[in-house]
Design a protein around this ligand. Structure first.
Ligand SMILES: NC(=O)c1ccc[n+]([C@@H]2O[C@H](COP(=O)([O-])OP(=O)(O)OC[C@H]3O[C@@H](n4cnc5c(N)ncnc54)[C@H](O)[C@@H]3O)[C@@H](O)[C@H]2O)c1
Length: 446
């Protein structure tokens, strides 16, 4: 087992540190934020992520927090960098935080002769590793890359809400390597973390950088394609997007995963990676790709649902929006289309109330500033009772079951907009006017 350090202990870095420690490695965590460091030092998970607190609490004897980059580097043989790479105006990722971390790690390495592997987990643009990051590290350390200083690019393909499971059960491990030894060292460190036998794809930095963004651009393409199918089915007699997408997904060239019509994609990765893919194409070929259309289709989904609700309700009606996060199992609301729908409904004079079990009454700093006026209520029964209309935005079967139960007991009539078609029982109830998305008008004989 190795001594490793993790730089950046946020949504991805703190689960990575915990998973490495749980696999037997000794982990030294460093974050630029003193409050993040002090939380983790006291054994508290710095972010909300299922299973993270338990993993931290169970592995405190191998999980240390240090206050300087030098302490982390001098105690370890491998450094993982998991710091933010915000999107720039043009859709590309800005790697200033990565360069800062590399500068500090490189400077600390300048004082030692020991070999060290630096692993960049943050998402970066093609050629950033080769042209900026590796040279910055080499310059600060005062040694060439490839000798005692080795570098890998190892982006994660996790989903918030299942980060720990996803890290331990990756479909594919992607490694961009400065040389064969660098990639082999990384595999040795990561393999005790895996509960499965993932495919390992090792390649040059630039190929790995393109692959990372391309995976997400492909997934977003499937999501937008499914949403187009939903729009088409709504205009066809007896249209049924489940029937159509299930049949399409049965073709092994396509597959069912992410081919489900519903709300558009959001969160901290999909929208940014899709735009970055477009940026890469503009830079290399000067031409647009289908990623720009994928983005356009995604952007029109909130309006589609807003209009559906507006058509059936009047000013002053209370609309319960069930789900505020961008996906089930997380309280992250970055680029969540549910917020966008709730805000539009509010602007059109509806009384929108958001319910999200993970968030409760008080979203605090997790709520993006532009949605600061939205109202949250943590009592699902009370929200359903008050509602003239209910819009289920989360593809969450537990929430759907609770909603079905509460609506069935409701005395007053209610409109239900079932974006993921997971509450079909409500269509049978007399006091419910049910609208499943992606379903066309009922027509006899067509
Ligand atoms: N969150 C995801 O779902 C996800 C998935 C795949 C890839 N990524 C990528 O991983 C990277 C990190 O994302 P995140 O969601 O964990 O970000 P985050 O904002 O949740 O956490 C980043 C942490 O890094 C710290 N930090 C900033 N500069 C630092 C420095 N120089 N040294 C040490 N710590 C520093 C911050 O204080 C923060 O705690 C990004 O490049 C992101 O694109 C994220």
């Amino acid at each position: 087992m190795a001594a490793v350090s993790v730089f950046g202990l946020g949504k991805l870095g703190s689960p990575l540190a915990a998973v490495l420690a749980a696999s037997g490695h000794t982990v030294f965590g460093y974050d630029a934020s003193a409050s993040v460091r002090s939380k983790l030092r006291s054994g508290e998970a710095p972010v909300h992520e299922p299973g993270l607190q338990e993993l931290i609490s169970g592995n405190l004897e191998r999980l240390f927090v240090v206050d300087t980059v030098g302490d982390a580097v001098s105690s370890s043989a491998v450094s993982f960098i998991v710091v933010p790479t915000p999107s720039g105006e043009d859709g590309g990722f800005i790697c200033d935080y990565v360069l800062d971390a590399c500068g500090a790690i490189g400077s600390a390495l300048a004082f030692t002769d020991r070999p060290h592997l630096v692993v960049i987990c943050s998402t970066v643009m093609p050629e950033a590793m080769g042209r900026q990051i590796a040279p910055a590290l080499s310059k600060a350390a005062g040694v060439e890359i490839g000798g005692r200083l080795k570098v890998c690019y190892n982006p994660e393909f996790i989903a918030l809400g299942s980060v720990i499971h996803d890290m331990r059960n990756p479909d594919m491990v992607l490694i961009g390597e400065s040389d064969r030894d660098a990639g082999s060292m990384l595999v040795d460190v990561l393999s005790p973390c895996w509960e499965n036998s993932p495919q390992i794809h090792r390649m040059s930095f630039a190929n790995a950088e393109l692959t990372k963004v391309a995976v997400n651009a492909f997934v977003t393409m499937k999501i937008s394609f499914a949403n187009v199918l939903g729009e088409l089915c709504e205009g066809l007699p007896n249209g049924n997007v489940e029937a159509v997408s299930n049949a399409i997904g049965a073709d092994s060239r396509i597959g069912k995963k992410y081919l489900k019509s519903g709300l558009g994609y959001g969160g901290p990765c999909f929208p940014r990676d899709n735009r970055a893919f477009e940026r890469i194409s503009k830079t290399i070929t000067g031409k647009p790709t289908l990623a720009s259309r994928v983005d356009e289709i995604n952007e029109r989904q909130p309006e589609r649902y807003t209009q559906a609700v507006l058509k059936q309700t009047k000013k002053g009606d209370t609309v319960a929006v069930l789900g505020a996060s961008y996906k089930p199992g997380t309280r992250v609301m970055e680029a969540s289309q549910a917020l966008s729908v709730a805000k539009s409904l509010q602007e059109y004079g509806r009384n929108a109330i958001l319910f999200d079990e993970q968030i409760g009454d008080c979203p605090g700093g997790d709520l993006p500033a532009e949605y600061g006026e939205l109202r949250f209520d943590g009592d699902l029964a009370a929200v359903v009772e008050k509602a003239d209309a209910i819009l289920l935005t989360l593809a969450d079967s537990d929430l759907a079951a609770q909603c079905e139960r509460l609506v069935s007991r409701k005395k007053a009539s209610v409109l239900v907009f079932d974006i993921w078609r997971i509450m079909p029982n409500l269509a049978e109830m007399n006091h419910v006017t049910y609208h499943g998305s992606g379903l066309g008008p009922v027509s006899v004989g067509e």
